[in-house]
Design a protein around this ligand. Structure first.
Ligand code: FAD
Length: 403
């Protein structure tokens, strides 16, 4: 089979984005998942494009994916997010660390249009993810899950869930954190016993994407659905979290794409809008703002592309953690500023719903929070620069100062 070129993927995305732009406000206002767009993305082969050919995908590179994501994000943040999660994060963890059976099970679900959900965060374990309380107790030939997760993107629409839990062996000892796969169809009310979608958050932006609280009570998982990297549970969480580096590059790209879209709107409006008898494009104050916006988007794109093409240490299949962390924090913080400046250029019109700026402004805000906050990622960068493992616990800091 001939490999699609990056330009080809990009032009498919650009073409689809025209209709996505016209529907973006609908999903936002109605708080509705973009099923119609998902059908078109599926038909165009963009859902699961990164899945290897042997499992029915296109073996597209992460770089190919980010070029698609940028085009989609200019038009509809929600749709771009669906594509990131159908190619990076949860699905890429399964494709890299899952068994053949798990890969053969997960790939067709995504290729048919699913955006898998990754379930890590809990009410008492956000940035401190390893302090999660959800347990997976070893019973017979499987595990029983009990616990709660919140802010799970896609909870209620996704058909594939990768749930992280503390593994407890038959002796009652903690073995580390493992990943557990659940297949279901919540839209049709088809959920396994012990798996409940409790509620949905009311969010500031990206309103068409459900962010759900999930509860597990005696949820039975067979051994064959446990994603266990070769390192075992003790060190396996770190390996599984490696996959998150691709998701971070994807998230940064969505933010950059939204900013690039806002920049286009701002250019158009500067030439269109007249005040004091001339186009506002003639005011140097706005020209310099525009130049800074463009520079920020351009620098973000370069960093994200570099990260997307990179590979982490130890033969990792995923982008380099440092490059991903740097690119995500820079691109997301820059995008929030760029979109805010673009809205400013529209004056009152930018604040209203006639233009897409107010939606883009709300949408872009989440990207310094979800998928590792800016503070946590900067800590990761600083740890690398200083050559220390920056401890996050109170005891850890005491140990560091005693060192
Ligand atoms: P906290 O960890 O409570 O942090 C509060 C503040 O303290 C933040 O500003 C943080 O940066 C700062 N902080 C914490 N520790 C440190 C430190 N050591 N040094 C400096 N500052 C620190 N999770 C999932 O598992 N799956 C999902 O699909 C998912 N989707 C999400 C979608 C959205 C829209 C959002 C907003 C979140 C999503 N999350 C998801 C959760 C997300 O990963 C967490 O919100 C994030 O890890 C931060 O956790 P927290 O919100 O509990 O904040």
């Amino acid at each position: 089979m001939k490999k699609e070129s990056t330009e080809n993927y990009q032009s498919i995305a650009r073409e689809l984005a025209k209709a996505f732009a016209s529907r973006a406000s609908h999903w936002d206002q109605q708080r509705e998942y973009c099923w119609e767009n998902v059908d078109e993305l599926t038909a165009a082969g963009l859902m699961g494009m990164s899945i290897p050919r042997e499992f029915g995908g296109k073996s597209a590179s992460f770089f190919d994916v980010v070029t698609v994501v940028e085009e989609l994000a200019k038009a509809c943040t929600l749709t771009a997010r669906v594509v990131v999660e159908a190619n990076m994060g949860g699905i890429s963890a399964v494709m890299a660390y899952g068994s053949d059976e798990q890969r053969a099970m997960a790939a067709p679900i995504v290729l048919a249009g699913d955006k898998p959900a990754i379930c890590i965060t809990e009410p008492e374990a956000g940035s401190a993810a390893t302090q999660m309380k959800t347990t997976a107790r070893r019973v017979g030939n499987g595990y029983i899950l009990d616990g709660c997760k919140h802010w799970i993107t896609g909870g209620g629409v996704s058909k594939l869930y990768l749930i992280f839990a503390q593994v407890i062996n038959e002796e009652g000892e903690e073995e580390g954190i493992g990943g557990f796969l659940v297949r279901c169809d919540p839209v049709k009310g088809d959920l396994p016993k012990g798996f409940e979608i409790v509620s949905r958050e009311r969010t500031l932006g990206l309103c068409g994407m459900p962010e759900a609280e999930l509860r597990f009570e005696g949820l039975e998982i067979e051994d064959r659905f446990v994603v266990k990297p070769a390192e075992g549970f003790r060190r396996g969480f770190a390996a599984l979290m490696n996959a998150y580096n691709s998701q971070r590059v994807g998230a940064g790209t969505i933010a950059m794409g939204v900013a690039a879209g806002a920049l286009e709107h701002a250019k158009r409006y500067m030439l269109e809008r007249h005040q004091f008898g001339r186009p506002i494009a003639e005011f140097q104050g706005l020209q310099w703002m525009l130049a800074d916006m463009d520079t920020g988007v351009h620098a973000s794109r370069l960093m994200l592309h570099e990260a997307a093409k990179s590979r982490g240490p130890n033969n990792s299949q995923f982008p380099d953690p440092m490059m991903s962390a740097r690119a995500k924090t820079f691109a997301t913080e820059t995008a929030i500023k760029v979109v805010s400046d673009a809205l400013q250029m529209f004056g009152a019109r930018g604040y209203g719903s006639e233009e897409p700026l107010e939606r883009m402004y709300r949408d872009v805000r989440m990207f310094t929070i979800g998928g590792g906050t800016a503070q946590i990622l900067k800590t990761q960068v600083a740890s690398h620069l200083l050559g220390i493992k920056a401890p996050q616990t109170r005891d850890g800091y005491r140990n560091l100062s005693n060192a």
